[in-house]
Structure formats: structure tokens, C-alpha cells
Design a protein around this ligand. Structure first.
Ligand code: SF4
Length: 204
């Protein structure tokens, strides 16, 4: 299933006030609103379960202080296990590191000063962010089936890693978003493209 098909079938798109596109998982249409991936044999996407499912029942403290809280006393069978875990041991066991890393990079965008100063994204920029952060197959198509690498100066080795590895692709997407939304130097235009833009600016 492509990322576009997944987004269409399993998520609900939302748009925050500042134009930030968000997606939430579409729960089942029953009274308990259960996750669409839960089966009588457990999670059918277990290897690819998201951050919150890996962390559960541990949650970062919401009081603003560093730390975690443990949610207890509901239907999670894990809560009935007798083995004691440290938070770090739990995170390691659940393979959280790469999810934490990607979440941190995502938050550097969504909690950016640009938004804190009251700026909003126009629909074009919202679409750009949605594609680069969520619809990775479409973003990959955009990179490799347009003249993208004629415009941006990207090393050959990085291009190959972005082509082969989805984590590299997502990290590259974050860089592209930061370059275009916030004017940060996370990417570089090719000299000839930069010169053309300068000339056009001088003519204005
Ligand atoms: S682990 Fe997460 S994705 Fe899997 S069934 Fe449970 S809630 Fe759904």
C-alpha cells in the first residue's frame, strides 16, 4: 500500500489554525472506537506500530517537567507483567530511538519560531509540508520524477541514500520544508539557479 493510499484509507486530515496539516488515525466506527489494526491475534501492524503504541503505557509528563508517567489499570496486558523495567530499558526494547529522532525533527518544524510569531502557512506551503512529512511515496516521486535535483545542489551519495532509505527520505523532507518555509540553510540551490533568482530580483 502506498503512503497516499494509507493516508486516504486510515487517516483523517486536519488543518491547524496556523495552516499546519495534521493527520489522525481513523478509528473503527463502533462504540469503543478501537484501532483499525487490532485483531483477535493482536496488532496486525506490530512491526510498524507507531511511537505511542511503542511507548505505551509510558507517557512523557505533561506538567512541563522532564519525566514520565505510567498509565495503569486498563486493558493493556503489558500492565499485568511482573518484570520491572527502567524507562531507558523499555524504550530500547521497543525500538523507540528512531521514532524519537524523527519526532524531534518534526517538532522543530511544528514548534518553530515562525509559528510562535503568528505566521501562517498558505495552502501551497501546507500542501508541501503534508507531502514531505506524511506522503513519502508522493514526495519521492516529486524528487525523482521532476527536475528537483537540477535545482537543488545535493551530493550524489545523499541522493542515493534518499532513494533507497525511507528514513533518509523523511529527514531530507524535513530539510526541504525548513529551507522553503523558514529560509534556513538546510539545502542549497545550484549556483546557476541562484544567479537566475538574483537577476530576476534585480529586475523587479
Ligand atoms: S499496537 Fe497500536 S497500531 Fe497496533 S493494534 Fe494496538 S493501537 Fe493499533
Amino acid at each position: 500500500m502506498s503512503s497516499g493510499e494509507f493516508l486516504k484509507e486510515y487517516t483523517i486530515p486536519l488543518l491547524a489554525e496556523e495552516g499546519l496539516p495534521l493527520v489522525v488515525l481513523k478509528m473503527m466506527d463502533d462504540k469503543n472506537k478501537i484501532c483499525p489494526f487490532v485483531t483477535s491475534d493482536g496488532c496486525k501492524v506490530y512491526q510498524d506500530r507507531p511511537w505511542s503504541c511503542r511507548m505505551y503505557p509510558v507517557f512523557p509528563s505533561s506538567s512541563g517537567e522532564e519525566g514520565f508517567i505510567i498509565k495503569e489499570g486498563d486493558s493493556c496486558l503489558g500492565c499485568k507483567e511482573e518484570k520491572l523495567w527502567t524507562i531507558e530499558g523499555w524504550k530500547k526494547d521497543q525500538g523507540i530511538d528512531i521514532y524519537d529522532k524523527m519526532n524531534e525533527s518534526y517538532e522543530e518544524i511544528t514548534l518553530h519560531d515562525y509559528f510562535l510569531k503568528g505566521n501562517k502557512l498558505d495552502p501551497e506551503k501546507s500542501k508541501m509540508l503534508y507531502m514531505a512529512c506524511y506522503d513519502l511515496d508522493e514526495f519521492k516521486r516529486f524528487l525523482f520524477e521532476t527536475r528537483f535535483f537540477d535545482v537543488y545542489d545535493v551530493e550524489k551519495g545523499i541522493i542515493e541514500r534518499v532513494r533507497e532509505d525511507e528514513e533518509e527520505l523523511l529527514s531530507f523532507g524535513y530539510k526541504w520544508v525548513r529551507f522553503n518555509l523558514f529560509g534556513e540553510d538546510t539545502l542549497r540551490l545550484k549556483d546557476k539557479v541562484f544567479d537566475k533568482i538574483l537577476q530576476a530580483k534585480r529586475k523587479e
